[in-house]
Write a protein that binds this ligand. Structure first.
Ligand code: 13P
Ligand code: SF4
Length: 357
């Protein structure tokens, strides 16, 4: 039962003490979040992975790309454990190294490789944190960088200082929403279609491009619509609509605010009692916020429950199992990024951690 699992997890954590640190993403279910030593968005969790070098193991309650990042940012002695290896991210799977390489080669044919008079290279690759370590390595090796939903604008500024244009993957929506907020016109953001030569654009269109978008998206966030926002506003006068930037552009445009999961949490914490919020992000987070803030009205924009099914694969039973194995001296489900990938990927991650607004 849930109570038994809760007790098993508590007991194992008590035995392990400072030898283990449990990190949890905001989208994790409550039964997992309550055991996390730190809960945060993907940027905060990347920093948290560096914060306890004395712990022997980091148990990462989140998805695969987050655990890979934690492995690359933690010390070589630390093990990173993903309680269920099937916790992936369908968006991260939408960009693979081969297709991105193919795209890159075609872009090199169009733009060449020489910097302009200001020393800016033709293209800077930028990968969203929601991507494999291999793609982070691809970026690190080519002067590129990683971003999360909380620093995408800072990172794009960093990239535009060094490059004439950006190749942004895998999330088209985060790329489009961020570039649009920075004043890049939509016609200068062609979307790359890996099945067509030059991604389906003409050479002229590519010459004008500022941001070349990949075709990836999040299946949870693409469910939110402008209609839902209109309904929420009609039914809840005064409601504030806040969405995640993985939502399609019309949804972000129609909302009152948008930002990372931590942005959403902080906006609610800062509001005066009696506020009303319609939230466009994953349901476990929205429901927890509603329970933690009875002084507000908080509901999910989508009336049909929309969990991130892969985040949900971190069942507390798996958490209990990996912790009990650690008590027995066994490391199960370790996530280890091979050195040849991690070297370059770490460069791209460290550039992100150093990029200042
Ligand atoms: P955050 O960076 O806002 O935590 O988002 C991660 C994610 O996967 C959202 O779908
Ligand atoms: Fe991936 Fe979307 Fe789940 Fe985030 S919510 S982990 S982007 S599938």
């Amino acid at each position: 039962s849930q109570d038994e699992l809760h007790e098993r997890i508590e007991a194992a954590k008590a035995t392990l003490g400072d030898r283990v640190v449990v990190l949890g993403h905001f989208y994790q279910r409550d039964e997992v979040v309550r055991h996390a030593d730190f809960v945060g968005d993907s940027f905060q969790l990347a920093n948290a992975a560096k914060a306890k070098p004395e712990a022997e193991a980091i148990v990462f309650c989140g998805v695969h790309f987050m655990a890979e990042t934690a492995d690359m940012l933690s010390t070589p002695e630390q093990d990173v454990i993903l309680p269920n290896l099937a916790a992936g991210c369908s968006m991260a799977d939408m960009a693979d190294l081969d297709s991105v390489m193919e795209c890159w080669e075609q872009l090199e044919e169009v733009y060449g490789t020489e910097p302009d008079a200001d020393g800016r290279v033709p293209v800077i690759p930028v990968t969203y944190m929601n991507s494999s370590a291999a793609l982070k390595g691809f970026c690190g090796e080519r002067g590129g960088i990683v971003c999360t939903s909380s620093n995408a604008e800072t990172v794009l500024e960093w990239a535009f200082e060094r490059g004439q244009r950006v190749l942004f993957f895998p999330d088209q929506h985060l790329g489009r929403n961020t570039a649009k907020a920075m004043g890049v016109p939509l016609e200068q953001m062609p979307m790359w279609n890996p099945r067509k030569p030059l991604g389906g654009s003409t050479e002229d269109e590519l010459q004008d491009a500022r941001v070349i978008l990949w075709h990836g998206f999040c299946s949870v966030h693409k469910r939110f619509t402008v209609d839902q926002i209109e309904t929420a506003r009609a039914e809840h006068p005064g409601v504030q609509v806040i969405v995640h930037p993985e939502c399609p552009m019309p949804v972000v445009d129609a909302a009152d605010g948008y930002g990372s999961t931590d942005f959403i949490v902080k906006a609610i914490q800062a509001a005066p009692a009696g506020s009303s919020f319609a939230i466009g992000t994953e349901i476990n987070l929205v429901q927890r916020l509603a329970a933690e803030h009875p002084e507000h009205e908080i509901f999910c924009l989508d009336p049909v429950v929309c969990p991130c099914s892969t985040m949900y694969r971190i069942h507390p039973g798996y958490l209990a199992w990996v912790l009990e194995e650690l008590v027995e001296g066994r490391t199960v489900n370790p996530i280890t990024v091979p050195d040849e990938v991690a070297g370059h990927a770490r460069v791209a991650l460290e550039r992100m951690l150093a990029a200042k607004p």
